[in-house]
Write a protein that binds this ligand. Sequence first.
Ligand code: PMP
Length: 410
Amino acid sequence: MIDLFDKHQSSVERHARMLQAGADAVGLTSAKLLSPTRAIINGRETVLAGTNNYMGITFDPDCIAAGKQALDAFGTGTTGSRIANGTYGLHRELESELADFLGRQHCIVFTTGYQANLGMMAGLAGPKDTIFLDADSHSSIYDGCTLSGASLVRFRHNDAADLDKRLARHDPQAGGRLVVLEGIYSMIGDRAPLAEFIEVKHKHGFQLLVDEAHSFGVLGPNGRGLADEAGLEADVDFVVGTFSKSVGAIGGFGAGDHPMFNAIRYNSRPYMFTASPSPSSVATSLAAVRKLKAEPQRRHRLAANSRRLFDGFHSLGLETCCDTVSPVIAVKCPDEPSTIGMWNALLEAGVYVNIALPPGTPNRQCLLRCSVSAAHTQADIDRIIELFGDVVASGAKMLDAGQEKMAQRA
Ligand code: PMP
């Protein structure tokens, strides 16, 4: 008999090597959260610089009060799907608040952002259709494509000319065509060149979905995302977003203006066959979306903090993956052992960032990925820069010591 776990041997060994070098990068535990930007990790107060908590809204007193009220009024969970008993007034209220915020006719709330992509893509495209994906798309987009049964065509990351070429080879009568882009790409923080893609849209004709997971609340004069920033919302057919980042909760949404948009509710398995988001999460999301609208100063602070970190890294001579500023700032590292070494050294010095290693990264790069929050103080940002400076300066030494330690343990 072949043990089903045999295929996991190499990832188990890789994880063991990581543990030999220090903390558990893929299972790090925060014992206590002190604020949106502070936690107790490994017994130490740690500055959080890798949480996607862009607005720093997770401890907002109004959001917390709304969540508590919903717990009292509606209980802990809905115990059912949106199409059975799982739609409460709160879900409808959140959908209409989001539609209003986005300036869209329709909005559907899903249980997570991951399911929002699955649900929208599988609701929109079927086996006769084709989905054109940016090669660096998030896994939820790839999985949405698989679930839909549509044909998948990948084009080079952020390369509208490559999409143009692939569309030219595709029979427009063969089925519907959906192109999926992201506002800010999650791993390295670059934006889709939306205007270039929309030119291709006008030339070939397709329907366009933009996943604004990392840009919702963050970009644009109204905080609606990349299309808002670029002034191109009218050319985007569908928007996806998540509540797990700037909204500080859990859940996701799809929105659009198509008159048949609500058909997705009855033709999308990730909407139909899972329980709806809990009342407390929906209520905190609702309160947070209202704050995003009422408090634009949050995104202005976020932009200033992002610029400060970006400039600070560059003044240290660090190489970031992307040359435009966004709240996602990824520092390139030479190889896996040194990335693990630097990540551990930063954690020991009191800063948590994300470690990102191949195959989960574009171009198989090794990255220390930071995400900035509006709740970071200037002193927090300066501390992160200073610690990166120290760690990178001692990087070579650490690499040697780490390899020695691993050799001794082996
Ligand atoms: N889309 C993108 C681009 C993401 O980065 C993520 C999560 N990081 C998701 C969708 C899924 O969102 P969630 O984690 O809220 O399910």
